[in-house]
Design a protein around this ligand. Structure first.
Ligand code: GDP
Ligand code: MN
Length: 416
């Protein structure tokens, strides 16, 4: 999970790293209280994507009127296609020098990355002059120690006293480690004209797999870089946490304007499925995955949540390759089909296309054939002989037929 700058700075502050005095706003009402403050201010749009500075997301205000104007124009605007919902107003720093400092993982090892040429152009610098950016792996058994920190700073060309930078580096590592972060970045780490080191920006990414032991953080849920989690996405996440076997709902996206539910399995298949559907003119309403042999109960729950999509649905596509160890009978029959059966008001004319193979698939398919005949589901069964692309075409064809039927029905009713 990516953190907003202000959230990252709260964690930095807790770790003892100096951050600018500031306040987060989501409306203009909070501005009044700042009139007696110290000026000028830095006004920073809070978005989860990087590179705000260059996109106009950072401005400076010399007085309350300028601040009001800045906040007005930034709040609700869109930067890199992301709506600005929060603004961080901080004391403007008098910058003497900008450093770059981060801790992240490379090839499964934590690394420190440091440069004495930080700021908005550090990415270009690392390409043009790689030697200006020092990267060193950290021994996971000992963590980062001050001896190594000092060595890195020297290698990066820092002369004189390195005590303070060493201290910040060690604190950042602790912050990274204690919060189960995948990335903790300070760019720029500013040295002010008064000689103070202050984290002027923060970029943190936390490991979602470790969220269960970071319960004290209480950060608002988010799954996408540009929007909040929807209610049914939240339900899907909860569904996935029902038990620890397999996944069913960890990946769940509600896509406005679509009309197809995709229950996919396997990363490669999933992206091929989405590409195929779009290519042939279909639009997903729900895209979700189940894999790793989840329990039937969990797949059933996921199916019901997907079918509770608030918009109109015209097709269900259950798509996967040949599963290695996922029980096809359990997941398709006891999971998905039972979920569909238990969905109140489910229109059995909605086409359901299944393209799947693997453990117990013969058994599953013969039961599904019986269901098709007895329960009158509009069910199409395919295995590996049918390409993902062809099964997408099949689904779209029948979804269009179903749409036609609905339209005729509506017209028929209108005539009466
Ligand atoms: P980013 O573009 O999203 O990474 O946003 P940053 O917070 O890193 O800000 C980009 C640049 O704006 C920094 O490298 C600084 O040069 C400048 N900047 C940000 N905050 C301040 C500040 O308080 N004072 C001054 N003088 N410059 C700032
Ligand atoms: Mn930055």
């Amino acid at each position: 999970m990516r953190l907003y700058e202000y959230e990252g700075k709260l964690l930095f502050g807790k770790a003892g790293i100096r951050v600018p005095e500031g306040q987060v706003l989501d409306n203009e009402a909070g501005l009044k209280s700042m009139e007696g403050d110290i000026w000028p201010k830095a006004v920073k749009a809070q978005i989860l994507k990087g590179g705000r500075g260059k996109a106009g997301g950072i401005t400076f205000a010399g007085n309350p009127q300028e601040l009001k104007n800045s906040v007005k124009s930034l709040l609700g605007s869109s930067i890199h296609n992301e709506e600005v919902k929060y603004i961080l107003v901080e004391e403007k720093l008098a910058i003497e020098k900008e450093y770059y400092l981060s801790i992240t993982y490379r090839s499964d090892l934590p690394v420190v990355i440091f440069s004495q040429h930080g700021g908005v152009d550090v990415e270009e610098l690392s390409k043009k002059k790689p030697s200006a950016v020092i990267m060193e792996p950290i021994d996971i058994h000992t963590g980062l120690k001050s001896k190594q920190a000092r060595k890195i700073l020297r290698e990066a060309g820092i002369k004189g006293d390195v005590d303070e930078l060493t201290d910040i580096m060690l604190k950042l590592f602790k912050c990274f480690y204690a919060n189960d972060a995948l990335l903790a970045e300070i760019n720029p780490l500013v040295q002010t004209k008064d000689g103070l080191f202050i984290a002027a920006d923060s970029k943190m990414e936390l490991d979602d797999e470790a969220a269960f032991r970071q319960t004290n953080l209480k950060l608002p849920e988010r799954r996408d870089f540009a929007r909040k989690t929807t209610p049914i996405e939240m339900l899907a996440l909860k569904n996935d946490q029902m038990d620890t076997r397999g996944a069913a709902g960890r990946m769940f996206y509600e896509i406005p304007g679509g009309d197809i539910v995709i229950l996919a399995s396997g990363g490669g298949t999933s992206s091929e499925a989405l590409d195929s559907l779009y290519l042939h003119g279909g639009k997903p309403a729900i895209f979700t995955e189940y894999s790793g042999n989840p329990t039937a109960e969990k797949v059933k729950g996921l199916t019901k949540i997907a079918l509770s999509y608030p918009g109109k649905l015209h097709g269900i596509w259950i798509v996967g390759g040949r599963a290695n160890f996922t029980d096809i009978y359990e997941t398709l029959v006891n999971g998905i089909m039972t979920g569909i059966k238990e969905t109140e008001g489910f229109d059995k004319r909605i086409p359901i296309v299944i393209r799947r193979s693997g453990l117990r698939d013969m058994e599953a398919f013969s039961t599904l054939r019986l269901m098709r005949n007895s329960d009158k589901f509009n069910l199409f069964l395919r295995g590996m002989e049918t390409s993902i692309s062809d099964s997408a075409k099949l689904l779209i064809h029948h979804a269009n037929n179903y749409k036609k039927i609905l339209k005729e029905e509506k017209n028929g009713n209108a005539h009466k």
